[in-house]
Design a protein around this ligand. Structure first.
Ligand SMILES: *Cc1c(COP(=O)(O)O)cnc(C)c1O
Length: 450
């Protein structure tokens, strides 16, 4: 019998570490019990088993296609901007772990959350003054929608409860976010009958540098005007539509939305979960347009890819509007709200980003992607090649064979996750020039074989 653990008497040795699984055992148990993103149960794909990760490299538990290490072209779904196992972020995690990993946020507060919220207010557009810390991007969008609906309810206009967005968007997988994802192209078509029915404008015309299309501007203005009495908010991803199709549009349309929303008494929400923290070449994509939303969501790269945390920011006008209502509180409060561990790492990640020439690094990677992906436009089956910030996209004229494309990338020593008709990369900002070129070779190989 081990001695019972006496709190305060020194470290508890704890139970002996369990025997590690072999890769084969892991895969069998994974298939039998564990859901993966957008996956069937039992699983059908053979996921690669990752043992550890450091810098821009994932280390596999066993060689695949002759490769034990893969350069990560995905930043773990666009979040690990500083790469893995970063000493500064590790230190932030360890330091906080020794103080407390979590305490409830109702009735209590703590430095990690306050510091992070203050930092976010400082670095986001000026009118955004108040921060709700949420557990994931989808939840931050739920909170954004709740803020907007409650703002109008408090103002005595409860009929303003629909949302307008443009097609081709992605805002997450919970209920309200699903309702503003692309109604056809997205993964949520299945639910169209059960979701709140929102107002959809056409997708914004392609091209970051393209002249704004006057017909499209009129279309946006008229649609907002037509529905203004029932619209709580317009919600869009600024400049880059991510998981909805990796499409880029002119920042001019964001100015059109800002003007129309101001004129017609509709709130404007920017979902910067994918675009935030430098990915598009500006700290936030709203910066390309020089406009500020009423509500803004950030997530993904917020914690440098270490832990799940997102934030919803709003203006004082929105916060005060809510507080004037018959129910003067924002009725939302997740168990792990403001998690100190995630907040400490997030602050360290933001400081790490802003403490370096991130603009230069993103531009350097963008130049590397532009050069390295140019040959892809000559490949048969390739419809378009585009680069913005540290985002490189090869669009095919057909659905990609995901398994073949992934294998082709692994053969080049790179991890990619193509989807629909897209092979794309969003590398960590610390990716060296040689590794950027390796990623480009892998994207081209994946485009050829997928
Ligand atoms: C990923 C993403 C979300 C959802 O974030 P989760 O953390 O996956 O819930 C929402 N909006 C955009 C633009 C995203 O890219």
């Amino acid at each position: 019998m081990p001695e019972p653990y006496v709190p305060g008497a020194g470290p508890d040795p704890g139970p002996a570490a369990p025997k590690p699984y072999s890769p084969d055992e892991l895969r069998a148990l994974d298939r039998a019990h564990v859901w993966h993103p957008y996956g069937p149960m039992p699983g059908r794909q053979e996921p690669l088993v990752v043992e550890s990760a450091s810098g821009v490299r994932l280390r596999l538990a066993e060689p695949v296609e002759g490769r034990r290490e893969l350069v990560d072209g995905m930043s773990s779904w666009w979040s690990a901007v500083h790469g893995y196992n970063h000493p500064v972020l590790n230190e932030a995690a360890r330091g906080q772990l020794d103080r407390m990993s979590h305490v409830m946020f109702g009735g209590l507060t703590h430095e990690p959350a306050v510091r992070l919220a203050t930092r976010l207010v400082e670095i986001t557009p000026e009118p955004l003054q108040h921060v709700f810390l949420a557990d994931s991007g989808s939840v931050s969008v739920e909170v954004a929608v709740k803020m907007c609906l409650q703002y109008w309810r408090s103002a005595g206009r409860p009929d303003k409860r629909r949302l307008l967005t443009w097609r081709g968007g992605y805002h997450g997988d919970t209920w309200q976010p699903m309702s503003v994802c692309d109604p056809e192209g997205g993964m949520h078509e299945l639910w169209s009958g059960s979701l709140p029915r929102q107002v959809f404008a056409d997708a914004p015309p392609d091209g970051f540098d393209a002249e704004p299309d006057p017909a499209y501007v009129t279309h946006l203005r008229q649609l907002i005007a037509h529905h203004a009495d029932e619209l709580a908010a317009v919600i869009v991803e600024p400049v880059v539509q991510g998981a909805g199709g990796m499409r880029f549009h002119s920042p001019a349309y964001l100015r059109v939305l800002r003007e129309a929303c101001d004129e017609l008494d509709v709130l404007l929400v920017f979902d910067e979960i994918a675009t935030g923290f430098g990915r598009t070449g500006k700290l936030f994509a709203a910066g390309h347009a020089g406009v500020s939303p009423d509500v803004m969501c950030v997530g993904k790269a917020l914690t440098g890819g270490y832990l799940t945390m997102a934030a919803t920011l709003c203006t004082s006008r929105v916060a005060q509007g809510i507080s004037r209502g018959e129910v003067p509180v924002l009725a939302h409060g997740p168990t792990f709200m403001g998690n100190p561990l995630a907040a400490s790492i997030a602050s360290a990640s933001v400081d790490l980003l802003l403490g370096q020439d991130w603009e230069g690094e993103v531009a350097r990677i963008g130049a590397g992607l532009r050069a390295g992906l140019a040959p892809a436009s000559e490949l048969p089956g390739v419809a378009d090649v585009r680069v913005l910030g540290a985002i490189g996209v090869v669009q095919l004229d057909h659905e990609v064979d995901m398994a073949a494309a992934t294998r082709a990338a692994v053969r080049e020593g790179v991890w990619l996750r193509p989807f629909r008709d897209l092979v794309y990369t969003m590398p960590p900002y610390v990716t060296g020039d040689d590794d950027v070129q390796r990623i480009c070779r892998a994207v081209c190989a994946a485009a050829r074989e997928g």
